[in-house]
Design a protein around this ligand. Sequence first.
Ligand SMILES: [Zn+2]
Ligand SMILES: [Zn+2]
Length: 273
Amino acid sequence: MILPDFTPVSSKPVLPSHRHLPASRISQACDGILNLIFPDRCFLCTAPVARLRDCSVCGDCWGKAVSLRLKPPWCPSCGLPFQMMPLTDEGHLCGACSVQIPPFSGARSFGYYAAQLSRLVQGFKFERRRNLAKPLASILASAYLETWRREEFELVVPVPLHPRRRRERGFNQAALLAAALQEQLMLPCSESPLSRVRDTLPQVGLSDAERQRNLRSAFRCDRPALVRDRRVLLVDDVMTTGATVASASEALLTAGARSVSVLTVARAVPGIE
Ligand SMILES: [Zn+2]
Ligand SMILES: [Zn+2]
């Protein structure tokens, strides 16, 4: 099957394919030879895949991941998709946002943190499959173009990891995603102004109040001059309750950012796994 070249700078939202990644002729030839000797397999379902082109994910699994795309209506404040909301009731906030409005100006995720999409994100993050950064950034770009104008933000900031956790993992997944997104959409880039100063406990299993306590003052803006009076897009892999991005947003706003919006690959939604 012949697929079109990956053109991430389209003005229209694109439904991306990991097969659109460019590869040189030499790397394609090496890929073909290596595949003959050591066939590569999809890390989700073990179907055979092309080594370089497919990033170890077969077209079928990628298609299932992309089909988990969120559809409106969703909370205009935090982006939580409503499961049973009439389409006409625009502007209706979710339960959490009606109790306390988050500090960020809006949040958008590409898809549900479930099934193939959650396994892709976990493979990227925990199995160190760094070559998934570009295809995952292409789905971030798709959600971005659906939501904002290209010139909406003056700064793209990845949610930082604590240095100790970054050393353990070898990379910050949010930084790889933000860099690939900046490249694909030609967004303004700069050094990250934010750092994580407290190594917080894993959020899994904590109540909302415990999560907020866990994350209080977890972030610090080291370069306030970079963010002052700027509209900032904060990028992460997954948004669960929003406590992490809320805490990072507070640090940016305290440093003088004009606004902070949030973009993530996936959104954990209670009851959907
Ligand atoms: Zn597969
Ligand atoms: Zn909400």
